[in-house]
Design a protein around this ligand. Structure first.
Ligand code: B12
Ligand code: SF4
Ligand code: SF4
Length: 304
């Protein structure tokens, strides 16, 4: 890739709210990652998210996901900063705002247009949590952070409260191979704080125990032992990030505030129960809460 193109891509993404950007050659993931992923699946730690079993040839070889891809540009985008009261019905911070798939795609649009202009023979594609891609693997390989004991990608300056997104392009660029060593040291705060002991070893989450799985993804009934420990979380869970020392500094980003817009959620169960599908669609149809849906949120409100 021409150095001027690279500079333009980085600057344009930064102007649009992405705070760190890295480049990887599009090639097979290394065998250590594939082995780790497969053994996680074999142990059943994906619970009932059977979609994680599919398309693994594409997950491990990004050129099969979008043919002609030579480079993966990975960028991180902070979600809105959020403070929680102890008696609040808690919704994970990433969900306090517009749907991130659409919002980030809009923010990446100028770069996609630029790439399409300089290389009209190949359509660049944008992904964020929307395709079989090893998001954290590519991000850590591009030097955007290390994988913490809570399994999140942690940027030394920005912590872990951000989305990971990628642009697949046919412009060539060598991998930066800047992987950072895990810098958790002796800290075990996330492991100690997780109410359901879902962090079963350094960097490994058992979804069967993770509150976030149960109150967003699971279609089956939530087991009583999880219900008893959900600590007020009615959508997602941020506990293992809230206790992390890398997330202590409050960082305010204009674009993250823009993402939050006028977002507000009901403060009590009664207020929630006054919603019907139509009102939910109007207020939350274009937010991450739509993934769970109103019925699921009603279920999550039980016993909080
Ligand atoms: C399935 C999934 C979940 C599941 C399982 C979580 C998990 N830890 O695996 C559930 C529903 C529980 C979940 C919850 C959450 N998720 Co989620 N989730 C995903 C998804 C779709 C796939 C993750 C996956 O493949 N897991 C399987 C494991 C085995 O793979 P892995 O996490 O990629 O990597 C692991 C290993 O492979 C290894 N590893 C990584 N790189 C390398 C490299 C080498 C060389 C080696 C040897 C190993 C290695 O370390 C990791 C930990 O074991 C990704 C999006 C994506 N396509 O990647 C988002 C994603 C991981 N989720 C995200 C978020 C924000 C969350 C929540 C914070 C949401 C919330 N507030 O409730 C929680 C956090 C819970 C937690 N502590 O992880 C973000 C994370 C951003 C970040 N800073 O890391 C992602 C990346 C989505 C995105 N694009 O922004 N999630
Ligand atoms: S998201 Fe919550 S339940 Fe899941 S590992 Fe982190 S602290 Fe535990
Ligand atoms: S809380 Fe401590 S152990 Fe957990 S990810 Fe953060 S630094 Fe690492």
């Amino acid at each position: 890739m021409h150095p001027e193109y690279k500079e333009k891509i980085i600057n344009e993404l930064k102007e649009n709210g992405f705070v760190a950007i890295g480049f990887n050659k599009a090639e097979m993931v290394d065998s250590a990652f594939a082995a780790k992923y497969n053994s996680w699946l074999q142990s059943g730690m994906h619970a009932n998210m059977s979609w994680l079993e599919r398309n693994n040839e594409k997950r491990f070889d990004p050129t099969l996901l979008h043919s002609g891809t030579k480079t993966i540009i990975t960028a991180i985008f902070p979600w809105p900063e959020t403070k929680f009261d102890s008696d609040e019905l808690k919704i994970a911070a990433y969900a306090h705002g517009f749907d991130y798939h659409q919002f980030l795609r809009e923010k990446a649009k100028p770069v996609l247009e630029f790439i399409a202009k300089v290389n009209p023979n190949h359509k660049p594609r944008f992904f964020t949590d929307s395709a079989p891609i090893a998001d954290r693997y590519w991000a850590q390989k591009a030097g955007l952070g290390f994988i913490g004991k809570n399994s999140n990608l942690i940027h030394p300056e920005y912590g872990s409260r951000f989305f990971i997104a990628h642009i697949f392009t046919a412009l060539s660029e060598e991998s930066e191979n800047k992987s950072l060593m895990q810098a958790c040291g002796n800290c075990t705060r996330c492991i100690n704080a997780c109410p359901t002991n879902a962090i079963i070893e350094n960097g490994v989450i058992d979804s069967n125990r993770c509150i976030s799985y149960w109150n967003i993804e699971a279609k089956e009934e939530v087991p009583m032992e999880i219900v008893a420990k959900k600590a007020g979380w009615i959508f997602g869970c941020d506990i293992c990030q809230m206790v992390c020392p890398y997330n202590k500094t409050e960082i305010l980003f204009e674009t993250s505030l823009e993402m939050k817009g006028n977002w507000q959620s009901p403060k009590s169960s009664d207020e929630w129960f006054s919603f019907d599908e139509r009102l939910f669609e109007i207020q939350f149809g274009n937010t991450p809460l739509a993934r769970a849906g109103l019925k699921k949120i009603f279920e999550n409100l039980k016993d909080v």
